[in-house]
Each structure stands twice: as C-alpha cells, then as structure tokens.
Design a protein around this ligand. Structure first.
Ligand code: ASP
Ligand code: MG
Length: 406
C-alpha cells in the first residue's frame, strides 16, 4: 500500500467524459489498496474565460476579487469529481485550498505557499476517503482566498505531496512526458525517462509549459520526485528527480525554443558610469522582465546596449527606452520582434567543454546568424531570426545526438 498524490490538469478534466475517465483511473489506484489524494485544475479554458469576463467589467479588476473568482474554477472540478466517484460507489470527499490548510503569503494572483497543515487530509485518509483537493488556491494568514499563478496546480500537488510525505507524486497531463525538443516541430524528439530538477527548471523558464516553475523549485527543495505522464494512456512518463551520475554522461539532454522574445537596442549612448542602470531601471519599475543584456563599446566614448524582453512587453519597453534615450542624449532606439531564443540544456555541460563551439558551428553550417548569446552553468542560448527556429531546433537536435534512432 502506498500514499499516492495524483494531479490532473485542465485538459484531463475538460468535460464530463474526461472527468469520468479520470475517476476511473483514481478508482483503479484506490482499488489496488493505495491511499489516494487528487489535486485538480479547473476544466480546460475555464480560468481564461473567468479572466475575460472580469475584464469585460473593467480593464484592471480588483486583485483580491480576481482570486475569489478564479478559485471557483477549481472548486467546480473537485465537486464534480467527488460527485462522479461517489456515484460509482467510492468514498470521496472534496476540499478547497484553505480546507487543506494551504497557507500562502498575501500576493494576490501569484501567492507563494508558506506551509501546508494537512491534518484534514490525513484524517480523511484515515477514514479511507479518496481526498480531492482544489489546486491553484490557498488562503493567506487573514483567511483571504489566494491563487498561485497560472499553472499553479502543479505547485499545489508537489506541496501537498511533500506535506503528507507521499510515496509518489504523479502529474497527469495531455502529453506523454518531457521531450528532448517540442515534438510539434521536431519529429525525431524523444520522451526522456528521467530529467534532473535543474534541467527541468531551465526548460520551464525557457517556456516549456509542462510544469509550473515553482512546482519544480518546490520539488527540488523538498526532494519530491515527480512523475509527469499522460492521463490518456498507461505509458510511463518522465521522472523529474535529483541529478545522478548517469545524467552527466549526456552532455545535452534537450533543445528548447522560445518565440516570445523581442530585442531592443539603444545606439550611441554616452559611455559613462550609471548608464545601464538609467536605461534598465525604468524598465524594471514598469514590471518588465529583461532577459539577455549586452553592452558593446564603440569608438569615441560611445556605447550600444541591447536587451531582450518578452514580446508582450515589447511595445511598453520600446516606449520607455525612447524616453530614456532622449533624456540621456543617446541615438536611435531599434526594436526587433522577429527573433527567437534557441537553447541547449544539460547537466553534463558542467564537466564537458566544447558545447558552445559545437552549437555555434551547427548553426553556422545552416547559415543561421547568431544575434545574441547567453549562458548558464547548464545552458547555452542563442538569439536568432525567428524564421530559422524550426531549422535550428532540428539541426541542434541531430548534432547533439538526441534524435530517436529509427
Ligand atoms: N487553472 C489554473 C490555470 O489555468 C491553474 C492550473 O491549471 O494549474 O492556470
Ligand atoms: Mg499546467
């Protein structure tokens, strides 16, 4: 007998047939003699719809009330799941985030979990109930309902698993696991059996949507192994776990791409102390996250500064940069939205050299120009022209020996 946490995402509980399918899986796990705690997302598309509805009332709806509103998505699915399981003759009981004692800070819309009490979950399990917990939500110390940010049910699942010391934390989704590249653009992409927390964190921050970043951070901190797998078949998925010696033998474990990037360059800036801060502080004050930053010197005490932001922030960042440029007597501000970030990731990079050289040579062989480069200990990213994204991903996938052997 094991204590198993299963999380099902929005597409897995998208309609009543899918809820019935998931109920069948839960029942099967329970019938095998396990204690089962289920975390659910809202039905696919529901959270988006709720946001749209509120934004029809006003452009900036009150944040506290948005949390109260968005939490209803998950409230609906847990009730429907419990009704389904009970109608099948099972003992099931749905609870909301605060009833599961998910205590968060008070940042509406992006609250962080501070602790989980879990006494109620344990009591219900002792009574042989299947416990169905609403994901994505908790309450702050004053009892206000909070939500954990988009995709937050993943974090709920990992946090509950850690609080009740579950034997397994399974995240069920609409893909078979974590892939070496996006299978939609790279037909030779393979499902990975195992990936380290560090690599998964890099992938999540580069735009892979399979797990919320915070859930991976949480899992790493509390050492919760995650099994990412499909709710539509019985295949084993991908284990997200601590790094082991074997993982280091593979130099690159995945190639990712992100088309949601844009580049801004300020030309002919007077080169003096404090200039980078003058340019970038107003950007960060506007809540815009800057990714890559590069400063080049040119002759005559002039410098150029280039940085990237997400496409959604491009217009605002351009406007701010133009204002700053005129204040500091800089030259032109040039923007480019047609770029993409291509990255290779692998913990093996820590102990192998030549990865960057191989990446650059591979792109060069395809005549793809590299516009910007950035690196971390286990990642190398290149900004290229967006139109070469697919070609770059496929050729790097082949070059780093990731292709499925057919
Ligand atoms: N329902 C929330 C969202 O759509 C949380 C989740 O699904 O994890 O972002
Ligand atoms: Mg998700």
């Amino acid at each position: 007998m094991a204590l198993i946490v299963q999380k099902y995402g929005g597409t897995s509980v998208g309609d009543l047939d899918k809820i019935r399918n998931v109920a069948g899986r839960i029942a099967k796990t329970y019938d095998q003699g396990n204690n089962v705690v289920v975390i659910l997302s809202a039905m696919g598309g529901v959270t988006d719809k709720l946001i749209d509805t509120a934004e029809k009332i006003t452009e900036f709806p009150d944040k506290r009330e948005m949390d109260v509103l968005l939490a209803t998505g998950e409230q609906t699915t847990v009730a429907l799941m419990a009704i389904t399981l009970k109608s099948m003759g099972y003992k099931a009981h749905s609870i909301l985030g605060h009833q599961a004692e998910v205590l968060t800070d008070n940042q509406a819309g992006k609250a962080r979990i501070l602790s989980i009490g879990a006494t109620r979950i344990r009591k219900l399990l002792a009574h042989k109930q299947i416990v169905i917990v609403a994901g994505f939500q908790g309450a702050d110390s004053k009892g206000h309902i909070t939500t954990l940010g988009r995709g937050g049910s993943d974090t709920s699942a990992v946090a509950v698993a850690s609080a009740i010391e579950a034997d397994q934390c399974e995240i069920y989704t609409d893909v078979d696991g974590v892939y070496t590249a996006d299978p939609n653009i790279c037909s030779r992409a393979r499902k990975l059996d195992k990936i380290s927390y560090d690599e998964m964190l890099e992938m999540a921050s580069l735009g892979a949507k399979v797990l919320q970043i915070r859930s991976v951070e949480f899992a790493m901190k509390y050492n919760v192994p995650i099994h990412v797998r499909s709710s539509f078949n019985e295949e084993e998925g991908t284990m997200v776990v601590n790094e082991d010696a074997n993982m280091e033998k593979v130099i690159v474990s995945s190639v990712t791409h992100n088309k949601n990037e844009a580049r801004i360059t300020l030309l002919k800036i007077p080169d003096e102390p404090g200039i980078a801060s003058k340019i970038l502080s107003p950007i960060s004050e506007a809540g815009i996250i800057v990714d890559i930053i590069i400063q080049n010197t040119r002759s005559g005490n002039m410098t150029d500064l280039t940085f990237t932001v997400s496409k959604t922030d491009f217009k605002a960042a351009m406007q701010i940069s133009k204002q700053t440029a005129s204040q500091i007597n800089a030259g032109e501000v040039v923007g480019d939205e047609n770029i993409a970030k291509i990255s290779v990731i692998g913990v093996g990079m820590r102990s192998h050299s030549g990865v960057a050289a191989k990446m650059f040579a591979t792109l060069a062989a395809e005549n793809i120009n590299i516009l910007l480069i950035s690196t971390s200990e286990i990642r190398i990213s290149c900004i290229i022209e967006e139109k070469y994204t697919e070609l770059a991903v496929r050729s790097l996938h082949t070059a780093f020996d990731l292709d499925e052997k057919k």
